[in-house]
Design a protein around this ligand. Structure first.
Ligand code: GTP
Ligand code: MG
Length: 533
């Protein structure tokens, strides 16, 4: 909870931002710089989905002549991009320029012989490439470049962080190591596109689209792929019915509730994936959840996937976060830092439970950034005021409108360096932690968090504040000890809990109190929309 001075160092080491194919390779520090290059959420989605439809995945032998493989594939059409990655052996993702190349390739490939197993004759875009006569084939001397699909271990990250020159640059290094790469995003969209092939067997107009952290700029390598089945029918009824003196509509099966329809559709698609899907395993139907879903692991891409049926509000949340993530480079660096810190200290967990979720943590950080003076990101109400006719979305009675074109959003005047901070404010009801859902404002997105978890969160935050305050960077660097963010990513000793409690009365809590006071002075009227305890 302490502001730290620090500057962002050489931008050259930052990888290209994952969302737009032509997005900048440098971090940017003002909105104006970003706005001219970033695509809208819808543009990125359309482009990526189209790309995925022109893509195939090929399992390759470990000793491979890259040129020969590409030459063979090029006889079916121009290859626009490709990369290799390791996933229980080597695989290649091949993006053709034209969709027709895939049909040509599919025509030429064989069906596995059924000597040991009987095969289900579903023809997908997943292939296996083998060398008929491996010994006689000339293997390239230069080893294949394999694109990494997971981030470095925390201990290696800590080592890298120690070499940085400020906490700010440590946060950008963490972002750079953890964020999704261009290749990983392509794989995620391909996984959705492969599931879509099953859905289309029943619903020819349907699409499967990713949402959540795969598309909201806050995904880290290794996170799950949240995907939803979209029937693209919203609004179609109303417009079609208006035309002409007659009415024609489909005869459709009627069910007592939308929920039941969702459950039935997911159940069937889940069975399809389980029975016919090459490489689909551990299919679990979780149909009684608040949001019914099918969980499965997609072995060819290596992803854990959650498939649900069109959840418009979750998609709006993804777009909102995408906009926030695009507006200022500090947003993503701070969110990645807080998420990584929370994971290291066991405050978040991939299994569901009483801990805070990454989504809730992200919303807390957004709230914090909205409340800086001057604000780093605009409030949802301000984005709503900028919304044009096309941006209007009322979903289930909730107004989910906000501007989608960033050029309409004014740049922030805030030039602070990155800070590591948290805040605690009055909450409207009795759950230990209350975080407003941005659209369904009567829902608490952290309802699952219990008192012990919240206390642990606060204790960890205080301990972190204390570490940052007491440390002497120069001395630590001389002693080769982890400093700054690196020191915060080492699990705190278990026997330190009494020390940690004492620190609650120390300098750290004064800082928190003054921060709280400044927030109260900042905007007393919007206090009701506050986050936290
Ligand atoms: P990671 O998977 O942890 O990287 O982040 P994520 O944002 O993808 O979170 P998760 O997979 O848990 O959820 C996927 C999406 O579902 C989120 O991005 C949200 O849009 C939505 N979501 C998750 N939790 C909640 C919740 O408690 N309330 C609401 N309304 N939406 C949620
Ligand atoms: Mg997710």
């Amino acid at each position: 909870s302490r502001l730290r001075q620090g500057k962002v160092t050489s931008s050259a080491r930052f990888k290209s931002s994952p969302q737009g194919p032509s997005s900048p390779s440098l971090p940017s520090f003002g909105y104006a710089e970003v706005s001219t290059r970033k695509k809208t959420f819808a543009e990125v989605q359309t482009e990526r989905l189209d790309q995925a439809e022109r893509t195939v995945l090929i399992k390759c032998p470990s000793k491979l002549n890259e040129k020969k493989l590409l030459q063979y594939l090029a006889s079916h059409g121009n290859i626009k991009s490709h990369f290799f990655f390791e996933n229980r052996g080597i695989s290649a993702l091949i993006e053709f320029s034209e969709k027709s190349s895939i049909a040509s390739l599919q025509d030429a490939v064989g069906i596995p012989s059924a000597s040991e197993h009987h095969v289900v004759p579903f023809k997908s875009r997943l292939f296996t490439f083998t060398l008929k006569n491996p010994v006689s084939q000339h293997v390239e001397e230069t080893p294949l470049h394999l694109s990494p699909q997971c981030h470095i271990p925390v201990k290696d990250l800590i080592e890298k962080l120690c070499l940085a020159d400020s906490i700010s640059s440590q946060m950008y290094i963490l972002l750079n190591e953890y964020q999704l790469t261009e290749e990983n995003i392509k794989l995620r969209f391909l996984a959705c596109s492969l599931v879509r092939d099953f859905a289309r067997a029943y619903f020819p107009d349907s699409t499967v689209k990713p949402f959540g952290s795969s598309v909201n700029m806050f995904g880290k390598l290794g996170s799950d792929v949240d995907m939803f089945l979209d029937f693209g029918d919203t609004g179609k009824h109303a417009t079609k019915m208006k035309k002409g003196p007659f009415e024609m509509e489909y005869q459709m099966k009627r069910l007592p509730s939308e929920r039941l329809a969702t459950q039935r559709i997911l159940s069937v698609i889940g069975d399809c994936l389980d029975n016919f899907g090459p490489g689909c395993g551990n299919v679990q139907k979780i149909l009684n959840a608040r949001c019914p879903l099918v969980k499965f692991s997609h072995k060819p891409t290596g992803f854990q996937c959650d498939l649900s049926v069109s959840n418009s509000i979750a998609i709006r949340s993804s777009e909102l976060l995408y906009i926030y993530g695009c507006l200022d480079s500090r947003v993503r660096a701070l969110v990645f830092t807080i998420r990584c810190w929370a994971r290291v200290h066991g405050l978040t967990n991939s299994a569901p439970g009483t801990w805070i979720t990454n989504f809730s943590l992200t919303m807390m950080v957004m709230f914090f950034l909205q409340r800086r003076s001057p604000p780093i990101i605009p409030t949802l109400d301000q984005l709503k005021d900028l919304a044009g006719e096309k941006d209007k979305h009322i979903i289930g009675g909730y107004d989910c409108s906000f501007v989608s074109d960033f050029r309409k959003i004014k740049p922030t005047k805030n030039t602070e360096t990155l800070v590591i901070c948290y805040l605690l404010i009055n909450k409207p009801e009795s759950s230990p932690l209350y975080i407003w859902n941005p659209f369904e404002q009567d829902l608490n997105i952290s309802k699952n968090v219990n008192q012990p978890q919240l206390e642990k969160f606060i204790a960890m935050a205080r301990e972190s504040a204390w570490i940052l305050q007491k440390e002497d960077k120069t001395q630590q660097m001389i002693n080769k000890e982890p400093w700054g963010l690196a020191a915060l990513l080492i699990p705190f000793g278990r026997n330190n809990s009494s020390k940690m409690k004492n620190r609650m009365k120390g300098i750290g809590s004064e800082t928190i109190r003054s921060l709280l006071d400044s927030l109260k002075l900042n905007n007393a009227s919007s206090q009701q929309k506050a986050v936290g305890k």
